[in-house]
Design a protein around this ligand. Sequence first.
Ligand code: MG
Length: 384
Amino acid sequence: MKNAISLLGSTGSIGRQTLETAELLGLRVRSLGANKNIKLLEAQMRRFKPDIVAVFDNDSARDFKTRVRDTDVRVVAGIDGLVEAACADGVSTVVTAVVGTIGLIPTLAAIEQGRTIALANKETLVCAGSLVMKTAKERGTAIIPVDSEHSALFQCLKAEKPEHVKRLILTASGGPFRGWGRDRLTKVTPEMALRHPNWSMGRKITIDSATMMNKGLELIEAMHLFDVPPEKIGIVVHPESVVHSMVEFNDNSVIAQLAQPDMCLPIQYALTYPERRASLVDSLDLTKLISGLTFEEPDFDAFPCLRLAIETAQTGGIAPAVMNGANEAAVELFLAGKIGFYGIYESVSAALDKITNIENPSLEDLMSADIEAKRFVIESRGAP
Ligand code: MG
């Protein structure tokens, strides 16, 4: 059980739920980091009284400083500010809940300092998973997943030997457009895609769920977290989101983790691990599940991002970083109404077609792959 945390991405969906959980558990919050939602950040700061607040956006950081000049909180800005917040004194666990590859450098810095990472920023592992896991191993630091599927896998694998694992089975809700064909999907608007049936989440991950890119990103996240090749990770659509993922073993025995679809639970588990505490999440009464538990194959034709992500996972090198960066930019363009639903797949696919892959890439290779991919997508698709 930890008693003090740093939280990067405090104003997002996971960030807000992390603060609720921290309050419930009586944890001290030593630092907060956010991008530009300074109104909410100020309210959080006044409630949780951290020593350091990092505001990524420079203009917002200046405004924030003015707003809180009656306090003695240290306000820092930019990527250096996020790094400082991630490495705050007296902290055992850093919750990384920022969206996108912006989380990579602060996460690596916290690992270097020997902090445990409660990881809710999957893009960090998609972009630079081998490097992050290698650094964590060298520093003897644990990375505890917050993503619900990976929290489930982490729990299922706990008492088992790696050589006994036959495959990991990631469950997917299927998003708001499960069962839709290409004709209908072509006409999907951002408003439609932002309505997720089971999970209340931020905008980027909600769009990723609608395209099913999210499950592809999660497959790559799982590869790195659990050191399992992509061929040994299956995906099954499970619309009720009650079975959060499963592991099949050599003897064909399957262990699953079940719970209500509520992110407070995996967040709390990451913060209390290896202990378990009573939570605010409702008990699961299987006899009251109206539609039962159902499972089906993913539709790779209607959701081509999923296949693309699996292929990219197999390719390795800088390809996952390119795919991830291109996807981040394409989701922004879709939300801005500049490209259609399948424009996301087309943009990511075009960015991947353009690259010359690099084996065993360095951190610099991965970061420039990310930047180049974003630039390519914006220049080729988002031009006014
Ligand atoms: Mg997930």
